[in-house]
Write a protein that binds this ligand. Structure first.
Ligand code: GAL
Length: 424
């Protein structure tokens, strides 16, 4: 009898459990080793609540391909329920009416009091919160293989001239100095770290946030460009098509000495069993100690025809903002939780350093939006900039003064369609 009533209870409970489950499709580009492990945290927690996860993962660092897929799917009328979407581009999607704001949720959850102020303002579109923040990445990092430095009795560079000197010595000793590929996105990351290190945050902001023509073409910019160009001889022989995570693997394997890349690199190190900050060290990119170029990862919710899907989106947003998710995801991803008052117990030294640098930079005005990551300008400006930089880098005879002019022209050409500052 007891057995029968237990069976009956199960039978009654089953349809309810199924009805309570939600299905969500998430488009993202977290496909490299560390990224995938972090994305898996979200997937597992979601499934543990009795829900279904539909993975729309599109390969490619920086998300260029993912954004193409997102655009074509949305135009065809079936956007995913959630997508990794960030920076200025978010505001364009919001303006076109595709996004479902999360302001109610934010109000109820007092996000304003829990988030870093710059996180709230980045996601604010005309008074509405337009995405759920997931993690904060620092772009201006230098990763280096300490055993290689020890073996060659080299000191980690703190300025770009020191880096050039170290790179020349390594090259002479038959070691690839810089692990990186030649795609415009990786090059833009290198370029922005040089700009921040050599020019400082004021110059950086005037050039890449305000897009001041005089600053874009000025002597300081030309100097940054020359510095950037001078690094072209230090890339690996197989740099054409080399992905950022393959470059990190070279660093881990001791096939290259340094990498300039955001701290998703750290996720890759962790996935490979390294303890970031030990054998592979993390240092601020030369000249950028105390400065912080940020990339804010966020998930945007796309409007759906069925209200049942709205509930799934809401549940997902709630999950993303729990401290447990924030801790576990960001620890694996290499980023910093978006909740400002979270303890960073269990985070590695690089993560703790990054959080401290972020707080300091936010206080003293040295926090800048990453131009390579689309935090500073709309995608069209970002692409124009990346193209000019990549062409210059590819050309052994590239001229800095001409490139600076091209930079300003390319930006002017697309700027007519967009007015800086009009969004916020
Ligand atoms: C960035 C993204 C990061 C990171 C990186 C490499 O654009 O915001 O989360 O994973 O690309 O794929």
């Amino acid at each position: 009898m007891r057995y029968l009533s237990a069976l009956l209870l199960c039978a009654l409970a089953l349809p309810r459990a199924q009805a309570a489950g939600h299905s969500i499709e998430v488009l993202h580009w977290w496909t490299a080793g560390g990224e995938a492990k972090a994305a898996n945290v979200l997937k597992q927690r979601w499934q543990a609540q009795g829900n279904r996860w539909v993975d729309a993962a599109i390969d490619g660092g920086g998300g260029g391909s993912a954004m193409l897929v997102l655009r074509s799917r949305t135009l065809a009328g079936h956007p995913p329920q959630a997508a990794h979407l960030k920076g200025v581009e978010l505001h364009e999607w919001a303006r076109l009416g595709f996004l479902r704001p999360v302001s109610d949720l934010a109000r109820r959850g007092q996000w304003d009091m829990r988030l870093y102020p710059f996180v709230s303002s980045t996601l604010n579109h005309q008074g509405q919160m337009i995405a759920v923040p997931v993690g904060i990445h620092r772009i201006n990092w230098l990763w280096l293989n300490q055993p290689i430095f020890d073996r060659h009795k080299l000191t980690p560079p703190r300025t770009w001239s020191e880096l050039l000197l170290v790179a020349s010595k390594l090259k002479a000793a038959g070691i690839t100095p810089l692990a990186m590929g030649d795609d415009p996105w990786q090059l833009a990351i290198l370029f922005e770290s040089i700009a921040l290190g050599e020019g400082g945050s004021d110059f950086y902001r005037r050039a890449f946030v305000n897009l001041e023509p005089k600053v874009l073409t000025g002597e300081q910019m030309q100097q940054v460009l020359r510095r950037f160009h001078s690094l072209r001889t230090f890339l690996p022989a197989n740099h054409v098509g080399l992905k950022w995570n393959q470059a990190t693997q070279m660093l881990i394997d001791g096939q290259a000495a340094m990498q300039l890349m955001g701290d998703w690199t750290k996720g890759e190190l962790i996935a490979a069993g390294e303890i970031p900050g030990q054998r592979i060290r993390c240092l601020p990119a030369p000249g950028t100690a105390g400065r912080f170029s940020y990339n804010l990862d966020s998930l945007a919710l796309f409007r759906q025809p069925q209200s049942r899907q709205d509930q799934a989106q809401q549940r997902l947003a709630e999950l993303l903002m729990t401290p447990e998710f924030q801790r576990d995801f960001n620890r694996l991803k290499g980023s910093i939780p978006v909740l400002a008052d979270m303890e960073l117990n269990g985070f590695d030294r690089c993560g703790k350093d990054a959080a401290q640098a972020l707080q300091r930079a936010e206080r003293d005005g040295s926090l800048v939006p990453s131009v390579a990551e689309g935090m500073a300008t709309p995608p069209r400006v970002q692409q124009a900039l990346q193209e000019v930089l990549a062409n210059y880098f590819a050309d052994a005879n590239g001229d800095a003064a001409e490139t600076a002019q091209r930079l300003a022209q390319a930006i002017r050409a697309v700027q007519a369609e967009w007015q800086p500052g009009a969004e916020h």
